[in-house]
Write a protein that binds this ligand. Sequence first.
Ligand code: C2E
Ligand code: CA
Ligand code: CA
Length: 858
Amino acid sequence: MLKSSFISPASSAQPASSTSLAQASLVTFCASLAVVFALAVSLSLYFAHGLDRTEQAQGQSLIQKSIEAERRLLQLTIKDYSFWGEAYRHLHLKVDMEWAFVRENFGPALYDDFGYEAAFVIGPSGRSVYAVIEGRYETLAAAQWLGRSVDEWVAEARALADDEKVFTTLTSLAGTPALVVAAAITPSTDPTVQADDRPPSVMLVVNRLDPRRLEELGANMGLRGVRLGQADDPAFAHAELTGEHGTHFDLQWDATRPGRQMIIVVLPLIILAALIIFGMTWVMLRRNTRAARALDSSHELLRTSQAALTLSESRFRDVAEASSDWIWEADCEGRLTYLSDRFEAVTGLDKAQWLGTSLDQLVDLPDGTLLDRLRSNVGQSNLVTECSYVDKHLQQRTARIAARTSGTQGFRGTATDVTEEIEARRRVEYLSRHDVLTGLPNRSQLRDYLESRLENALAACQPLVMLTIDLDRFKPVNDLLGHATGDLVLHEIGARIRQCVRSQDIVARVGGDEFVMVVSGMVGHQEIEALCRRLIDLIEQVIDVDEQEIHVSASIGIAVSPGDAAHAPELLRYSDIALYEAKASGRGTWRFYDGDMNARIVERRRLEGDLRYAIKHGELRLEYQPRFRIADGRMVGAEALVRWQHPQRGLLAPDAFIPIAEEVGLITAVGEWVMDAACRQASQWPETLFVSVNVSSREFQSGQLVERVKAALQRSGLAANRLELEVTESVMLEDADNALILMRSLKALGVRLTMDDFGTGYSSLSYLRSFPFDGLKIDRSFVSRLGESQTDLAIIEAVIGLGRALSLTVTAEGVETLEHLKLLDSVACDEGQGYYLSRPLEGASFDALLLSISLPTG
Ligand code: C2E
Ligand code: CA
Ligand code: CA
């Protein structure tokens, strides 16, 4: 099985390959063959050479023998003539021509029969007394014919005479070898001849071995072409003859050289045999090598596959142990036959206990059993499915099983515990569809819900109502009480809104403090309004967080499908527009979307375009509303209020375009223009008057406010202390830290800062304390109620007390009646501004006013 056959790694000493063995034996065999053939060749050469040598030696001895025979013949012949009484008588005692030549006793026969070229008789005095040359009688001296002295030979012959011996020698006659016989003429044993006492005469016979004679001699011995020649000519056999005084004659003849002939015949045969044998060997060995190679590659293959198997098994073991998965095998009955070690580590279950039990007992499929699935999957690709199982702690967990059928043997596969993964996936899915803070569905779930509901609702002709709920003044909660509190409030409100919907409806949180509710089945406006009322009442109920009572309200925009829109994005947009209207009309209320709202929005768009144009083309105007010191009624300054001289709509109040300018980012351009115009205008006023300019909180956020103020002052030449900036609480609510930095910088320029509309917002007293204000303006809503309620007077009185404590100038806005003025005077309010005192005036009217009134002196 899986764990079983781990093949031991191949031994480190690699056996020689068959190919190299075959190659080695080929080399050895060829080498031995070569040695054998070389031996055969050298032996043949050796024998041939020996044969040739023997042949040569034989030839030599034959030629020598033949010369020797020639010499003996000459010797014997002459001996017969010389040791002969007749010869003594006819050639020594007297030279008898008749006897010797005519009767041919020592005459032409020597030449004719024996071929001896010359025969001389040297007399006792050493003089040649008789000569026959080539068969003819001549009177020629021996020395003359021979070309040399013969005395030596004569002496030798005489010395040998007593022993009846003759002297023979081999000499050279003009380069031709010649056998010479010299024999003293003695009477020998002939009693008839009386020897005289003179030195005996000597017979001298010359047998010249001329070429013809040499050839004859050789032929007699079976040697062809014997002649004189060079001893070192290797083409011929040769012999050396030694003559008198060490004279050498080199003879040569046409040798048969049997060794050489043998070589000529045998060597090609040997070479041929060698070639045939080598060729056959080569073919054979090549075949062997091929076979050996095949053997080698199969060995190699075996080795590689063994190594691969070892590697794959160790890899399997590593993977099985290192992976977080466990590996299992089951037989065809589905009984577990193998479980990897990781099984215990992952599941905590006992491996031994589970081996042998059915796979289906271990894992559970939501539909059917794993074995059924596996059996129906036979022949197809891997089966991957998620199953549940129960671990050691009896906790249900999820495993992803990847399995395949292994032939007829059963099944095998891996199991991955994906419990955490699935949990995480669920969590991610949940998070991607829910708002974490409130647990409500988020925008994406809302969109999906809307799309499916709208389709169904349309099909069922069932109206769908969308409510966009936005909290009023929630931001200060966050800013003043901290985000943790803000979160708790949102959570609580989410829960309260949730109470108002049925299970098939949905409430989603789609923004910071914005919720969307979609309800179905409501038909009449009354029903929807009742829901809105209930929602607002619920939201407005006090929220207790850390012993603090928090009040929040909400505005609601309503759009209905299919009446208003049939598609989700439109429906969302329309309920948003309705919300905007609800907020604009005083908050804490609701509005149904109607077509005019859209028209109003289009209108706002147009206004936005017009405003851009207006800023550039001087359609903005400033009016100035004077501010008076209540104690003595003198003017102290004036507030610059912007107007827009619209070409079609006439003079527009700031409320009609400032919010738009703030929304679309045109406020800085407006602010810059106002600042410049106001400073320029005020620089023409008496020095005791200041000008007060409203600064939007958006301008605070946009940066460069300080630079712009500085530049306006510089351009107009207005003293900084004659410029007052009015800011609302929202400046501090939005970004307190940045606001503080900016205000300090503005104060450093020397300008005055006043808090506008005091009392309408949170009016946190801490702002007044920690921000560098010079004054505050009590909102006209308090002033307008003066006389109606005592509370408002009490509030104004308290604010004045506070202002005094903080050394702030307190101004009351909206002084519309004398009564207002008197009441304010009674509580010692510093300054007043309002229609009763003066309406905002355009430039010329304001200048006229300046001329007509008395001004405070300081
Ligand atoms: P605000 O700062 O409270 O300015 C005073 C507003 O009250 C002015 O309205 C003025 O005409 C009005 N008012 C003065 N006396 C009385 C009175 O006795 N009774 C009543 N009912 N109202 C009185 P206006 O000029 O329409 O300005 C409205 C708001 O527009 C201003 O309120 C201010 O917040 C803003 N605003 C005006 N000019 C500018 C400006 O140049 N820049 C910025 N950012 N905002 C401006
Ligand atoms: Ca103001
Ligand atoms: Ca105001």
